[in-house]
Design a protein around this ligand. Structure first.
Ligand SMILES: Nc1ncnc2c1ncn2[C@@H]1O[C@H](COP(=O)(O)OP(=O)(O)O)[C@@H](O)[C@H]1O
Ligand SMILES: [Mg+2]
Length: 306
């Protein structure tokens, strides 16, 4: 057992308890620096500070290559990236010290920009296994839980079916979807809807959605956005990563941040996203004293589908 398996020393006393409860509701990123393992001399994130409370939706926008996915991966503990400086506090714990699996059990969730196919594994089996893993306690007690055994902490088949049916209805998915192999032969829209279904089944407290809009035509975009909106609640914080502002026509962010060259160069309200759509990234980059290239000058195409 390493020190990571230990809960932080509890400070007893009601006043401390109250402070902890407040910190339970916020994800705080402090001075985060990240390099890829493949090229450790290259700093992709160069000091990110961000505070997101439960019940809030923050959008991160930035042109391709600005570091958006790296931020998502670093928050979840992707092995291809190393955090060289900074901390990420969630429920009073620096989650950077935890395995990705423990982060998920602490209620963090990432919807991938490019979900992978798992031939031979059905959507239903995948989600049931994921849910049982998510429900294992973060600290200790793992050996008493057997996810395949409903009497030892796993969800019963019956309860799982009820849950699946409810969540699939929420996302307007038909029954056949559950029997298909994970992402195998899925359209772009189906892949994104599976990410949203996974989120709905796992019930995270903090969700990072990485370009949930990419590869979607306008109908699929609307369905995915409705799926996200249906899941918004006061006990869920959302970090919504997007290149285009069109997703924000359907999901209203509380705050919009612009990421460039590994730093947040500007934050504002919804109007900032509209300004980016109208003017491209050039004005905000210029304002931040950064170089502009051709891709920043042109406003984003309104209906780009990969
Ligand atoms: N694993 C990696 N190894 C080397 N370079 C990487 C790696 N991941 C990302 N990068 C580089 O870091 C920059 C940011 O990438 P990414 O975070 O994917 O940007 P975005 O999601 O905003 O498009 C890009 O220039 C990309 O090539
Ligand atoms: Mg990306």
């Amino acid at each position: 057992m390493t020190s990571l398996d230990l809960a932080p020393a509890p400070d007893s006393g009601t006043a401390e308890g109250a402070v902890e409860a407040a910190s339970d509701r916020v994800l705080e990123i402090r001075d985060l620096h990240v390099v890829p393992i493949a090229d450790p001399t290259r700093e992709i994130l160069a000091g990110i500070d961000l505070t997101i409370r439960k019940g809030e939706v923050h959008a991160i926008m930035g042109r391709n290559g600005s570091g958006k996915t790296t931020l998502a991966y670093a928050l979840m503990g992707h092995p291809a990236y190393r955090v060289t400086q900074g901390e990420v506090l969630w429920k009073g714990i620096d989650v950077l010290k935890l395995s990705p699996d423990k982060r998920a059990r602490m209620g963090l969730f990432l919807a991938f920009q490019y979900p992978t196919a798992i031939p031979g594994l059905s959507v239903a089996s995948f989600l049931r296994t994921a849910l049982n893993a998510r429900r294992r306690p973060v600290y200790g007690g793992d050996s008493t839980i057997d996810p395949s055994d409903a009497t030892r902490g796993g969800i019963s088949m019956r309860d799982f079916r009820v849950l699946m049916r409810e969540k699939m209805a929420l996302l307007k998915l038909d029954d056949a979807f559950a029997a298909r192999y994970v992402n195998e032969g899925f359209s772009g829209g189906e892949k994104k809807r599976l990410e949203m279904l996974q989120m709905a089944v796992l019930g995270p407290e903090f969700a990072i959605l990485d370009e949930t809009d990419s590869g979607l035509d306008i109908d699929a975009l609307r369905i995915v956005a409705e799926g996200v909106n249906a899941q918004l609640n006061p006990d869920l914080g959302v970090l919504l990563i997007t290149h285009y502002q069109r997703l924000l026509n359907y999901i209203t962010p509380d705050v919009v941040h612009v990421l460039a060259k590994g730093r947040m160069i500007k934050s504002g309200g919804r109007e900032l996203a509209l300004q980016l759509e109208e003017e491209g990234y050039a004005p905000v980059l210029r304002e931040a004293g950064l170089e502009i290239d051709f891709q920043d000058e042109a406003p984003e195409p309104a209906e780009a589908v990969e």
